[in-house]
Design a protein around this ligand. Structure first.
Ligand code: PLP
Length: 299
């Protein structure tokens, strides 16, 4: 991610970032001297931006559209038609597309993953694909990812990398090679478990008054709208508390019932909580029950 933006971005270039976004994108863009331009899509549109919204964000400084499907933090997945439409639009504007495909194998309900590089051939070679072993192979700690793009971009990124960490350690490269050249049977098994947990967490959260949680079609996160709970009073060990932002609500949940959720502020506007369901069924059930009990006391 960092190498990609450092390679493509010149100071002052704008990068359009569909929001809610994964926390690292704006930082990697800013480190390269670029300007992230947020385009927000709320739960009423399944957290998916439209071409009309993107069009409204374009200026003569726009250089890149960032595209992520399935998404962290929302778990949303664009349909093949939406991907093609967005890619075609980006091509018509002369934009580069940087696409993060790290959740490509984690989709549910029969929804397909669509790569913007193939769905929109109009983009030609102005596409950089990012991926890694962290999600598909549950190799989060192994620190292996890759870029696919035009030869000159890859060459420049390789030069940059050679002066930073030189390379990914050989041991990790061999482990990653074993992963990517092996079968996807373990992913299929993981997906069955994730799918079960996805349904459980969505049902559990939507049972809480004031929480609206769309059903995500990919990744392993849910993004719950908790705006209706802000400004309400909660009983606490010390008395009462009235959180007015999702950051305050997340801190309160952590303090009072020891459940870790990430507030919307980490990914864009306040008013939302991201929850990961990449944990065991029993822990998930305990966490959701604690949230139901605590958030259910809002007055
Ligand atoms: C959207 C997205 N891209 C990339 C990554 C990078 O993962 P890693 O640094 O483990 O390869 C993550 C990890 O959370 C992610 O959610």
């Amino acid at each position: 991610m960092y190498n990609t933006f450092a390679t493509l971005v010149d100071p002052g270039d704008e990068v359009i970032v569909p929001t809610p976004f994964w926390t690292t994108y704006p930082e990697a863009i800013r480190l390269a001297g670029g300007v992230p331009v947020e385009v927000f899509a709320g739960p009423e549109q399944d957290y998916l931006v439209t071409v009309e919204q993107l069009e409204a964000a374009v200026t003569d400084k726009s250089k890149i559209l960032l595209f992520v499907s399935p998404s962290n933090p929302t778990g949303s997945v664009y349909s093949p038609e939406q991907v093609a439409e967005i890619g075609k639009w980006a091509a018509s504007k002369g934009l580069w597309v940087v696409t993060d495909e790290i959740y490509e194998h984690l989709t549910y309900d029969g929804v397909p993953f669509t790569s913007i590089a193939t769905a929109a051939p109009e983009l030609g070679d102005k596409v950089v694909i990012l991926n890694g072993v962290a999600k598909t192979y549950a190799m989060t700690g192994w620190r292996v990812g890759w870029m696919i793009g035009p030869a000159d971009v890859i060459k420049a990124a390789t030069n940059l990398q050679s002066h930073a960490t030189s390379n990914v350690s050989n041991i990790m490269q061999i482990a990653a090679l074993a992963a990517v050249s092996g079968p996807l049977t373990a992913v299929d098994e993981m997906k069955v478990a994730f799918d079960r947990r996805r349904k459980a967490i969505v049902a559990g959260l939507n049972a809480i008054d004031g929480v609206e949680c769309p059903t995500p079609k990919g990744a392993f996160y849910v993004y719950a709208d908790v705006r209706a709970l802000l400004g309400k009073e909660f009983p606490t060990a010390a008395g009462t508390a009235t959180p007015s932002t999702s950051a305050e609500l997340a801190a309160l949940i952590l303090d009072e019932v020891e459940v870790a959720v990430v507030p919307g502020e980490a990914f864009g506007p306040s008013g939302y909580l991201r929850l990961s369901y990449a944990l065991g069924d029993e822990d998930l059930a305990t966490g959701v029950a604690r949230l139901q009990d605590f958030l259910g006391k809002a007055k």
